[in-house]
Design a protein around this ligand. Structure first.
Ligand code: BGC
Length: 321
């Protein structure tokens, strides 16, 4: 797993370990704290110690093709977990969410919240992208921008900073502090006489960083409410933020389902069966189209938070309060 510094990967790891152990397998769960070299060393070590299957959520999807050659020589199947490992033929299967769908849900949320289909506007929006070394980030961006671009083109949405390319909006390693600084800079340079109405954010850590910046510049009061702001991963802190009327929306990706998927894929591979997939077209890693299983993401705001996050047992009510 990439890092323990992010809630979701801790849940992913714990759930997978539990499910795999219930199936009778031995597991070795390692976190690389977002350092690519750590992850390479961990994988190498696992191969040396005789792993039968590798399940990898990469930090930098472009950095693992060399190490996967070693796995290939030893016939160790590799399941790409959540993020696609690029440039390697030796990615056997991919278990993930519908990443383009994540972006679409974020974009559609903004369209609905601002009433753009009814012709409302113009509104000011600023755009954040995910990490450029994560293939998912391009899918999130494309899904959202395919929804938002027509409204930017017709003037209902205005990006005062003019930063409308992924490369201008991307935040390396999804770092919330970097996002906060970018938001500070944009507000100072472009919003002294303008009000910001919406923010496309691909990830709760980025959203929380942007919200801190906005609050430090006077947003979040009755006269100057926070903009509509999207997110992803349903952090506990985000659930609290949504209930407090700060962040508007998040994308809930039930990591319990993803862990189950990866554990079932593992079982099939060990038993010599074909793992179940539902997409054999979307995920080309530049070496092959990787057979994938995509799980549906769910958009959550204050109206369905209780049902989706609390009643489903994903987050404890106590943790939020
Ligand atoms: C994952 C997201 C996560 C992000 C930051 C992406 O690859 O799909 O769930 O928010 O990485 O870790």
């Amino acid at each position: 797993m990439p890092t323990q510094g992010e809630e979701r990967w801790v849940e992913d790891g714990n759930n997978m370990e539990r499910l795999l152990e219930e199936k009778g397998y031995e597991t070795d769960l390692q976190y690389a704290e977002d350092v690519v070299e750590n992850q390479l060393a961990q994988i190498e070590n696992m191969i040396t110690r005789g792993a039968d299957i590798l399940i990898i959520a990469s930090i930098d999807g472009e950095a693992l093709s060399g190490i996967l050659e070693q796995a290939e020589i030893l016939d160790i199947p590799v399941i790409s977990y959540d993020r696609l490992i690029m440039n390697s033929e030796h990615v056997s299967y991919y278990a993930t969410f519908d990443n383009y769908g994540v972006g679409e849900l974020q974009g559609e949320y903004i369209v609905d919240a601002l009433g753009l289909e009814d012709g409302e506007g113009p509104f000011n929006i600023e755009l954040f992208g995910g990490s450029p070394d994560d293939n998912n980030a391009y899918f999130f961006w494309d899904g959202a921008m395919d929804v938002l671009t027509p409204y930017i083109d017709n003037g209902q949405l205005v990006v005062q900073s003019n930063q409308t390319d992924f490369n201008q909006a991307a935040i390396l390693r999804f770092d919330g502090e970097v996002a906060q600084t970018r938001m500070d800079n944009i507000l100072t340079a472009h919003y002294s006489n303008e009000n910001l109405d919406a923010i496309l954010s691909p990830y709760d850590g980025i959203s929380l960083g942007a919200i801190s910046s906005l609050q430090s510049q006077g947003y979040g009061t009755e006269n100057r409410p926070l903009p509509i702001i999207t997110g992803q991963d349903a952090f506990v802190a985000t659930a609290r933020s949504i209930e407090n009327g700060e962040q508007t929306q998040t994308i809930f990706k039930d990591t319990r389902l993803l862990a189950e998927r990866a554990a079932n894929m593992t079982e099939s591979l060990i038993e010599g069966k074909e793992p179940e997939v539902n997409d054999t077209e979307s995920y080309d890693n530049n070496a092959k189209v990787v057979p994938s299983y995509l799980i549906d993401p769910v958009s959550v705001d204050k109206d369905n938070l209780e049902e989706e996050l609390i009643e489903s047992g994903y987050i404890d009510r106590d943790a939020i309060e």
